[in-house]
Design a protein around this ligand. Sequence first.
Ligand SMILES: Cc1cc2nc3c(=O)[nH]c(=O)nc-3n(C[C@H](O)[C@H](O)[C@H](O)COP(=O)(O)O)c2cc1C
Length: 178
Amino acid sequence: MKTLVIVAHPNIEQSKVNKTWMNRLQQEDVTINNLYEKYPHFEIDVEKEQQLLLDHDRIVFQFPLYWYSTPALLKQWQDSVLTYGFAYGSEGTKLRGKEFMLAISTGGPAQAYQSGGLNHYSMSELTRPLQATANLCGMHFLPSFLLQGVMNVTEEVLQESAEELAAYVTNPNLRVSR
Ligand SMILES: Cc1cc2nc3c(=O)[nH]c(=O)nc-3n(C[C@H](O)[C@H](O)[C@H](O)COP(=O)(O)O)c2cc1C
């Protein structure tokens, strides 16, 4: 099972969570695809990105939640790379059967992401467009890996989450819930 981790953080040097996660994942047998480093001007090499997808069986989107969604370059990546005839459409079967998962950090704490909470909606609800995308492309959408309330997260919890993410990304079946 070859795993591709697509990291989208506009300022990874100043990141706490996503940088820690990415550095930890670099120790695993996975391919890290750091989008903002590769495409600072949003000029995505579509063929190269499609080839990367073809070469892997499990695709991970790793990003900080920005306005209840992905950072802009990851949306641009979806719009450019998931083309008709490649990712969807009667001949667009190239992603079929692959696994797909999200690893997301959020400023808001977990209890804010529920009915009656500050943000009203759960992370499952807010990530529905990505789940629908996976469905349309015939990919298996796995449970998301979340670290929430990151403003107050301790170094210990951050390091623990990096270990858990490394274990989850390399073996989603072994996930123990937090
Ligand atoms: C432009 C922007 C939008 C954000 N939108 C949200 C949001 O919708 N919900 C939320 O919980 N946190 C939001 N945040 C907080 C980030 O998710 C948080 O800073 C990030 O997950 C921390 O990860 P990092 O240490 O890798 O930067 C936002 C931050 C920025 C800069």
